[in-house]
Structures are given as structure tokens and as C-alpha cells.
Design a protein around this ligand. Structure first.
Ligand SMILES: NC(=O)c1ccc[n+]([C@@H]2O[C@H](COP(=O)([O-])OP(=O)(O)OC[C@H]3O[C@@H](n4cnc5c(N)ncnc54)[C@H](O)[C@@H]3O)[C@@H](O)[C@H]2O)c1
Length: 384
């Protein structure tokens, strides 16, 4: 029996960018096509048809040609009128609200990169518009699908930690200034006026990572820094960095859990992965990264004695055990895309709606407020 195929048009705005191209077009939508489409519970196969949207005809043409696609345009409204069912946005953050708003007005379901807007009120407004238009709306929360964090969640769900006490997270790497070696991130990331800054970028992620895996965030205290005051952009022009490139945050979670998360584009990596979280609990601890997760149970905890007169004799890292995968982990962006497509096509649940997106924006906004005022800030509940 041949399964029936159903095409679903997806307007993809911002596919010439880093995230839009690599993670969303190539590693998600084209990967779904390469696997033969997405099977739905009723046996239908959903076939995504991307319509590429961007500002540069030549870039769009090149991408389309390289991947054998024939639908692309620089005219967003034309794309929105093409009969597509979903609008996806991976543009620079400052352009997001406008694109999403136009898509909602046109009656499309919307899936978008984070942050969903530049401020909390703007994010909630999009949520209200989506609700009154009766469309489905979702936000990318990719870190939840990282193998390391999925294993961490499994440990939490299985009660491994006992009472969770604290979390220490290190995220970051050196982003070149652009003079001597080309920067590996776009220059707008370092300009506040263009929606840049590491707090805006990363606190959206920290909100759902902490809440979906551990517990609700009740307060934030952040210290922001612009360690590198001047950088060189894509055109070789020197510009002042007006946004924070490092943030040192302390978050209080329900249950008395304290999370300390450092985010920095001005640090050099002496870790096993670009992000790592250590969770300490009364019964055991874990260190989770992008892919790996290691644990040390209470029963296996050594008893080091402080003695700086002698060189360390214990191999502390060797005293941890690797948590097995026990499953196959697909690309996290693709897994979440498949969930959103099923949400649209057959109403399967998708918990990461615009309210979830607004909560991420809220933590970033309050983090900036805390940094500017030098004080701890409560995180109030949000409703649409
Ligand atoms: N989920 C994640 O892990 C993750 C990681 C990085 C970035 N992001 C988000 O994805 C979005 C895109 O980030 P990126 O790193 O791919 O950026 P990028 O600069 O590589 O791409 C930006 C895209 O926006 C388009 N654009 C539209 N209007 C623009 C304008 N006025 N100026 C410049 N570009 C404009 C560009 O053409 C390009 O396609 C951001 O909102 C960012 O927060 C998410």
C-alpha cells in the first residue's frame, strides 16, 4: 500500500542567515525530505515545501539551486499569499515581530526562532494576536533536545538527585574580534541597537532549560559586561560594541535551588563541551553538556582532603560515570520541527507556544534590568 502524501508549504524567512540556513533549512526541513517526509499517525506522509524568503535575490537563488528548490522570493507578502500554511522566522531579532505579525494577519501558523520579540510586552502582544487569529504558534527551544540535556532530564525524572541543591552552568567560547581573524558570529550580536547582546541571546534559553528540566525561576541577578569594546564587522569596518558580551547570572528556582550561569563570548574553553551544567543534589550530581552526561552517586563520592602542600593524586574526572544514550538522538532542531509539523497537521500537543517565548524574553529583559540597576529582580508570572 502506498501512503498518501500531503504537501505543506512553509514560508522560511531568514534562510540566508546562520541559523535559518544550517539548522532549519538543511538540518531540519531538507533532512525531513531526505528521510522521505514525516509520517503522521494516520499513515499520511507530510511533505514540507519550503518557500525561501530573504533580502538578497542572489543569495536565495544560490541556496535554491544548490538544494534543488524552485520557490523563493524577496517579497514576503507574495510568499504569505502563496497558499503556504506555516510561516517560519529566523531573521535578525529586531525584524522578528514585524514578520510574525504579517504572517498572523495572513492567517498562517507561525514557528519562530527565539527571542520572539524585543521586549516582553511585544512578545505577549504577538501571543494575543496569535490566539485571537486562532493560529498555532511555536518557538524554537532547541537546547531541550540536546542529547546531554535529555539525559539530564531523564535523571531528574528518575529521582536520581534526591533534593536538588544547585546548578552551575558555563556557556561560551572566544568570538574573534574580526580584525586579526574573522568573527564567527554576526556583528549585530554586539550592537544593542540592532537587538544584540548575550543576555538577550542566552537568557531566553536559560529560562526554558531551567524550567523544563528543573524548576520555575523566581528571581534573577545578573552582572553584564562588555569585555571587548570594539570589534570589526563583516565589511572590515571597526565599530563600537554597545551590547554585553558576557553575563554572570544567579537565578533562584522553586525549592531553594540556586542556579549560577555564566554566558560569555569572551572566554576560552577549558571544558569538554561549549556548554556544561553541573547539577548537585543530596543523592548525586551530574555534569551535562551538549552530548554527554556524567554522574557521581552519593555512594561513589570520594572524600578529598584539602592539602595544598601535596600535588593532587586523585583523578577527579575519572570518578564520574557516563550516562548511556539508551536511544538514538536526532538533530534537536529537526525533532522540534517534526513536533510542530504534527501539531499543525494533526493537532498533537506542542507546549512551547508564544507564552513560553514571552517567558524567555521576560527573563532577558529582567536580567538586563538587574544588571543596569545592580539588584536582584523578582520574576513575576506572565499571562497572555
Ligand atoms: N536557537 C538557537 O540556538 C539560536 C542560535 C543563534 C541565533 N538564534 C536566533 O536566530 C536569529 C538569527 O540569528 P543568526 O545568528 O542566524 O543571524 P544571521 O545574521 O546569520 O542571520 C540573520 C538573517 O536575518 C536576515 N535579515 C533580515 N533583516 C535584516 C537586517 N535588517 N539586518 C541584518 N539581517 C537581516 C538576514 O538576511 C539573515 O538571513 C536571531 O534571532 C537569533 O537570536 C538562535
Amino acid at each position: 500500500m502506498v501512503n498518501e502524501q500531503r504537501s505543506i508549504g512553509i514560508v522560511m524567512n531568514g534562510v540566508t542567515g546562520r541559523m535559518g540556513y544550517r539548522q532549519h533549512l538543511v538540518r531540519s526541513i531538507l533532512a525531513i525530505r531526505q528521510q522521505g517526509g514525516l509520517s503522521l499517525p494516520d499513515g499520511t506522509v507530510l511533505w514540507p515545501e519550503p518557500i525561501l524568503v530573504g533580502r538578497s535575490e542572489s543569495k536565495l537563488q544560490t541556496i535554491a539551486k544548490e538544494h534543488g528548490l524552485d520557490r523563493w522570493t524577496t517579497d514576503l507578502d507574495e510568499a504569505l499569499r502563496s497558499g503556504a500554511e506555516i510561516y517560519f522566522d529566523a531573521q535578525v531579532t529586531s525584524m522578528r515581530s514585524e514578520g510574525v505579525r504579517r504572517a498572523i494577519d495572513a492567517g498562517l501558523h507561525v514557528y519562530t526562532e527565539k527571542p520572539i520579540a524585543e521586549d516582553t510586552e511585544g512578545a505577549l502582544e504577538l501571543g494575543r494576536l496569535a490566539r485571537s487569529a486562532g493560529i498555532k504558534a511555536g518557538v524554537v527551544q532547541d537546547k531541550l533536545f540536546l542529547p546531554g540535556l535529555r539525559k539530564l532530564k531523564r535523571l531528574v525524572d528518575g529521582g536520581f538527585f534526591g533534593r536538588i541543591l544547585s546548578v552551575r552552568g558555563e556557556f561560551g567560547y572566544w568570538v574573534f574580534e574580526g580584525d586579526w581573524q574573522e568573527a564567527q558570529r554576526p556583528s549585530w550580536n554586539y550592537r544593542a541597537e540592532d537587538g544584540g547582546g548575550i543576555i538577550v541571546d542566552m537568557f531566553c534559553h536559560w529560562r526554558y532549560v531551567l524550567e523544563d528540566i528543573l524548576a520555575p525561576v523566581r528571581s534573577v541577578q545578573a552582572l553584564a559586561a562588555t569585555h571587548i569594546p570594539e570589534r570589526v564587522d563583516e565589511q572590515g569596518r571597526t565599530y563600537p560594541a554597545t551590547a554585553d558580551d558576557a553575563a554572570y547570572g544567579i537565578f533562584e528556582l522553586d525549592g531553594g535551588i540556586v542556579a549560577q550561569l555564566n554566558s560569555s563570548w569572551a572566554t576560552r574553553v577549558f571544558r569538554d563541551e561549549l556548554v556544561e551544567f553541573q547539577v548537585d543534589g543530596t543523592e548525586g550530581s551530574a555534569v551535562a553538556g551538549l552530548r554527554r552526561c556524567r554522574v557521581q552517586h552519593r555512594s561513589m563520592t570520594p572524600k578529598p582532603v584539602w592539602n595544598p602542600d601535596l600535588p593532587a593524586t586523585e583523578d577527579f574526572r575519572g570518578q564520574w560515570q557516563e550516562v548511556p544514550d539508551n536511544t538514538e538522538f536526532d538533530n534537536g532542531f529537526k525533532v522540534q520541527w517534526e513536533m510542530f509539523l504534527r501539531h499543525v497537521a494533526c493537532d498533537e500537543p506542542f507546549p512551547w507556544d508564544f507564552l513560553a517565548g514571552a517567558r524567555g524574553v521576560q527573563l532577558a529583559e529582567l536580567g538586563l534590568e538587574s544588571a543596569a540597576e545592580g539588584r536582584r529582580v523578582e520574576v513575576p508570572e506572565l499571562t497572555l
